[in-house]
Write a protein that binds this ligand. Sequence first.
Ligand code: FAD
Length: 407
Amino acid sequence: MAASMISHHVAVVVFEHESRVGGTWVYTSSTETDPLGIDPARAVVHSSLYKSLRTNLPREVMGFSNYLFLPRVDGPGDLSRSPSHEEVLVYLEDLATEFRLEEMLRFEKEIIEVRMVEKDGKWKVRWRMRNGSGNGGGGGGGKEEEVFDAVVVCNGHYTEPRIAEIPGIDLWPGKQMHSHNYRTPEPFQDLECFRCLFPPAASAADISRDIAKVAKEVHVASRLYEVETLGIQAGYYMWLHPMIKKANEDGEVTFLDENSVCADVILHYPRYKYLFFFLETNRIMTIDDNRVRLLYKHVFPPHLAPWLSFVRLPWKYQSRWIAGALSGRIALPSEEEIMEDEKDLYSKLEALGIPKQYSHCLANSQKMYLESSRKRHAQPEVYHDEGGDETRISQVHEDSAKYPSHR
Ligand SMILES: Cc1cc2nc3c(=O)[nH]c(=O)nc-3n(C[C@H](O)[C@H](O)[C@H](O)COP(=O)(O)OP(=O)(O)OC[C@H]3O[C@@H](n4cnc5c(N)ncnc54)[C@H](O)[C@@H]3O)c2cc1C
């Protein structure tokens, strides 16, 4: 986002809670004290990465069009098309150096409040140092609050777990955790592990195979599995099941087809909540069952556009669009048109029977995600290593052409 702002000559200050760039891509072996990640008093760990993670998209698709994510030629590194998380972090660090982002970054400062200043439409931003002190040094000039013309919210959306509601779970004697706190398979050694899966996400498939290498059995449940794919999976002690019907006091878990298995652990996967605890918009915006509204194209609240925006509720070319709108180079439609568009979107989702909680999941409307998902199911072992997928790459070029870079 900051790199796009520079390209559009928009002055920007970035508040970052951590002490380095990389966000989600900074792997840590640390996990939270509450394995389910729901205790509000827990010390929050931002990243949900697990150690074996490789990207689920080809590097071409993940890179910025004006700073491509190519294999490094000048030293050791991961040359593959779906590289390791370490390689993504190095790319982001290189990007930060290239665009001199560190000059605008204020590390170890946590945003605690963003509030509209009614009289002039600006935004008051309050922050505190990560260690709890209010007087920040660095670029903050010792201030605890500052006023800005616009705010772009980019706080990441893979930190606050959502837990599946399973009838009977309160009396079920096993252990539960969320994949946010999964790092390596060792703790699952020899367990009869059971994992609860909703969308067939790439990392969910990776984690189940990770665990299946060491656990006695892995049972995976999803509402999306088709009948013919259910049962044991070749090469692993891993079974696919329809959704869970209930968890029982004797330790068994029963599926919708009435089959049951005994399980030591339920690993909830991979849903997260949108959380903007710091944002005060005088009720102009709400979050209802993970639907953030009102938002034009998942980015701009109509009444506040372009002065408030959200990045990456879904995956899209948003940064350049936001930067273009803030710099005045891209005009947004009128408030009435935006409201109409929003209503239209939600009526379409309702007509398609898509629950509110998936309002910002555009994956199924994007060719490359569909292709990626098909390949993952057809060839789970090798999909990371496959060569280029021309449809995916051409979609990147198509989308990229809509919002040309000004750099
Ligand atoms: C397991 C997993 C696998 C993934 N794999 C892929 C993949 O293969 N390809 C892909 O394209 N995407 C993948 N993603 C999505 C990934 O989240 C995005 O690629 C990208 O990291 C999102 O960037 P972001 O800047 O929006 O959020 P983040 O990377 O999460 O960064 C948000 C930043 O905001 C900071 N922050 C949060 N709250 C505050 C606050 N109050 N004050 C100050 N700072 C704050 C955080 O410290 C963090 O640095 C994956 C995600 C997960 C969880």
